[in-house]
Design a protein around this ligand. Structure first.
Ligand SMILES: *Cc1c(COP(=O)(O)O)cnc(C)c1O
Length: 436
């Protein structure tokens, strides 16, 4: 499969080039030239297949031309060593629990898949070391670091803002050691992101080092997220509820929902999507007005969605030929304040005894407000509520038990290197470690 850039000014790339580079040379995002539909027979029998079997079919449509079948199957099975159950919350609303992986959030799927695919390309080519740079406000860093832990030929540098991530989040990427280095930046998340961007644009640095990104701009990170949309549908079909499915995705950078839209293009019978936002409602405003106006992000209690300029918007636009009307026909929007998110978490806990995290709460609420008669809703529960322990406990007024997986991270010892927010310092550091 060949990949083009959404900016249409870069030469076409192979899968390997798209994965190793991350971003196209014209700063656009890579898109596959074709999205292969899966045959009707697959959808007819999807309810008889397990998660990994379904994922292998989807992975084959995306990557089958470029990765040997047995390797691809191994990558899928290694990635999906945990389940993604669909849990009924109300008569019409189901929660797709994406938090049963190692770092208890959905980014585990893409992080683990990308690590294994990149590892495959490096082994195949005998490439020199690839350096993954990732800026994080908390969750991406842990998923990427844990996904890449121990993968030979790859070193990961996680840049995070000092004092601005929770203890639990910090422990998930600073205690790993081995091929993972945590850099504690004396600045904000935006400063971290600026350091990573400057590194990718620095000609000399890129001449000396192979640098790539593991944010959802990378096709190897965002495409595998399509797997669980198919698995969700299969589970709903088993429950006899697969007509008029509406999927609601708590969205920040829009990588997750874009993978779902790819699924629909492949024939997955989803009636419509909802992109639910916190107060960072850039997409919601775009749907309303037809004008896309990025803004600086605002801090909210659903902090993984605090994005003022969603990178995957370029992919959504490209997928619908730039047409606002076509986008609005398949995707609607929602936006919630912190007070509304908290109120939703409290009510659902009281009435249904289902504990939502702040992100999932945006998803649940949008469905509960807009589901029409005859529709069945699925929202993506993107993280385990214990990842936001203090916030959640403050809202429901009860203690939240920390799963053993998280407790194990808490027992580890933090190791990180202090880093200033000046690019010159970061650059110097990368050049020094590359000389060793
Ligand atoms: C990253 C993240 C989101 C937003 O996903 P996008 O793909 O960036 O839209 C939502 N919830 C949680 C918990 C996340 O970590």
């Amino acid at each position: 499969m060949k990949y083009y850039s959404t900016n249409k000014q870069a030469p076409e790339a192979t899968l390997e080039e798209a994965v190793v580079r991350g971003l196209a040379s014209d700063k656009g995002l890579f898109m596959p030239f074709s999205i292969k539909p899966l045959p009707q027979a697959f959808y007819d029998s999807i309810d008889t297949l397990g998660f990994q079997e379904i994922a292998c079919r989807v992975a084959d449509a995306f990557f089958g031309e470029d990765v040997p079948a047995d390797t691809l199957k191994q990558i899928v099975y290694d990635t999906l060593s945990f389940d993604v159950p669909l849990v009924k919350v109300t008569d019409d609303i189901y929660s797709l629990e994406l938090f049963h992986g190692p770092t208890l959030a959905f980014k585990d799927v893409g992080g683990r898949f990308m690590a294994r695919l990149l590892g495959h390309f490096i082994r195949k080519e005998g490439k020199k070391q690839v350096n993954v740079l990732v800026a994080t406000s908390g969750d991406t860093g842990s998923a990427v670091a844990n996904g890449f832990l121990g993968v030979e030929g790859i070193h990961v540098y996680v840049l995070y803002p000092k004092g601005k991530v929770s203890d639990i989040q910090e422990k998930q990427f600073t205690t790993l050691g081995r091929n993972i280095t945590a850099l504690e930046v004396d600045g904000t998340f935006d400063d971290c992101q600026a350091l990573v961007k400057s590194a990718f644009m620095d000609k000399e640095l890129n001449g000396r080092l192979l640098l790539t990104s593991a944010n959802s701009i990378n096709v190897a990170r965002f495409l595998p997220q399509a797997f669980y949309y198919f698995h969700a549908y299969a589970q709903l079909k088993r429950a006899g509820r697969a007509d008029n499915v509406v999927i609601c995705v708590p969205s920040g950078n829009f990588g997750n929902i874009t993978a779902g839209l790819f699924g629909k293009r492949m024939g997955l019978p989803v009636k419509r999507f909802i992109a639910s936002n916190n107060r960072n409602d850039i997409f919601y405003q775009f749907l309303r007005t037809g004008v896309y106006t990025p803004r600086p992000s605002i801090a909210t209690i659903a902090n993984a969605m605090d994005v003022g300029n969603p990178s995957n918007f370029a992919r959504v636009l490209d997928l619908y030929g730039g047409s606002h009307a076509a986008i609005a026909a398949e995707i609607s929007g929602a936006t919630y304040t912190d007070e509304q998110i908290a109120e939703t978490m409290k009510t659902v806990w009281k009435q249904k005894h289902y504990l939502l995290d702040p992100h999932g709460a945006c998803g649940f609420r949008a469905l509960s407000e807009s589901l029409r008669p005859g529709e069945t809703g699925i929202f993506l529960e993107t993280a385990h509520p214990a990842k936001f322990k203090d916030t959640v406990e403050g809202i429901i007024g009860e203690t939240v038990a920390i799963p053993e997986k998280l407790q194990a991270f808490m027992r580890g010892e933090k190791q990180s290197l202090p880093m200033s927010k000046e690019f010159a310092d970061f650059r110097e550091y990368l050049l020094t470690v590359s000389d060793m």
